[in-house]
Design a protein around this ligand. Structure first.
Ligand code: HEC
Ligand code: HEC
Length: 284
């Protein structure tokens, strides 16, 4: 039996948060992909507002969705990984060079990069996530066109580069000029927006483990992105997901690639430090 503990809004579009009775809370399954166990529950570093244990969003999904991520042949995101590998090796732009011509074998040169994202860019004078780095290198070095963040090509390149860090712990730098961005991200994380007057923390801290409609609220980690969402029937960027989260509060979302979402990306990656990179994950 599910018990409705809070109902917000009015009419059929009301947001109902329900405690999931016997199904509340994350499960104890083990995420093993081709025999490799991925760390999905880890001890939080001191000072992490989440508390003792960081739990991957994978634990909040149902068995069928979880299973899709346990085998690369079943994982629908791997179509993109394959496309990403092809693009990596394809010459493009005025340089006439492929990513591989300059960066070599991605399994070597790109290993660990996703785990550290976002990182400081001297050129941009701001933190850049993987999409920004890919676009910058495409324009600056490859002399090719900019890619939209949720275009097939960007998602494919992002997934291909990200999977090279799968299983590695998320570890972000928040020192030097990044500190101000981390602070901004923290501030935004606790800022209430929209008609519902909800902050990120309302859903992912206060109501963690409860159900929002049919969706089981996780701690809201970023280690699975870019990820395949069954609802999207495709792969999507972290910023796309965050746009949806903010829209759920019935607020005007920050645009994809905006400074606000980049600051949030840095802050939320920091909250998830120690969890393994799962990209490309599968979610509901
Ligand atoms: C003409 C050579 C060249 C081509 C082609 C090229 N890059 Fe780069 N790329 C560079 C250089 C030079 C840098 C900056 C040096 C560095 O930081 O490693 C860089 C940096 C990057 C970074 C940031 C790495 C880091 O450590 O932060 C990423 C990601 C990247 N490139 C991805 C790509 C992708 C994806 C492609 C193909 C779409 C591509 N690059 C094509 C030369 C190239
Ligand atoms: C109205 C409730 C609500 C608010 C507010 C909200 N989210 Fe979410 N968020 C969800 C739901 C529902 C999901 C999908 C289930 C889950 O993983 O929690 C989700 C998923 C996520 C995920 C993906 C987790 C995964 O493992 O796939 C991230 C990251 C995330 N949210 C971050 C944020 C951030 C950052 C904010 C503030 C900008 C925010 N959310 C605001 C409801 C919310």
């Amino acid at each position: 039996m599910k018990t409705t503990i809070k109902i917000l809004g009015a009419g059929c579009a009301a947001l109902a948060l329900v405690a999931g009775g016997a199904f509340a809370g994350p499960d104890d399954d083990v995420l093993s992909i081709d025999g490799e166990v991925i760390a999905t529950k880890v001890k939080a570093k001191e000072g992490n507002p989440i508390g003792d244990t960081l739990i991957s969003g994978w634990h909040y999904r149902n068995d069928e969705t979880q299973a899709l991520q346990m085998d690369d042949f079943d994982n629908p995101a791997f179509v993109y990984v394959q496309l990403g590998e092809e693009l990596w090796n394809t010459a493009e732009g005025e340089s006439g060079q492929s990513c591989a011509d300059c960066h070599g074998d991605a399994t070597e040169s790109m290993k660990g990069l996703r785990a550290r994202m976002p990182t400081w860019s001297e050129v941009g004078q701001k933190p850049w996530g993987l999409e920004q780095w890919i676009n910058w290198s495409r324009i600056e070095h490859q002399k090719a066109s900019e890619l939209k963040w949720d275009s097939q090509e960007m998602l494919a390149l992002n997934a291909y580069i990200s999977v090279q860090s799968r299983g590695m712990p998320v570890e972000v730098d928040i020192s030097g000029p990044l500190e101000a961005w981390w602070k901004k991200g923290e501030e935004l994380y606790y800022t209430r927006t929209g008609q519902l007057d909800f902050a990120c923390a309302s859903c992912h801290e206060d109501y963690n483990g409860m159900y929002l409609r049919s969706d089981h609220l996780s701690q809201g980690h970023t280690n699975g992105f870019p990820l395949y969402r069954l609802k999207w029937q495709g792969l999507g960027s972290l910023h796309r997901r965050l746009t949806g989260c903010v829209q759920d509060t019935r607020a005007e979302p920050y645009p994809v690639a905006s400074d606000e979402l980049t600051a949030i990306e840095l802050y939320v990656a920091w909250r998830g430090q120690g969890l393994s990179v799962e990209a490309p994950a599968v979610r509901q």
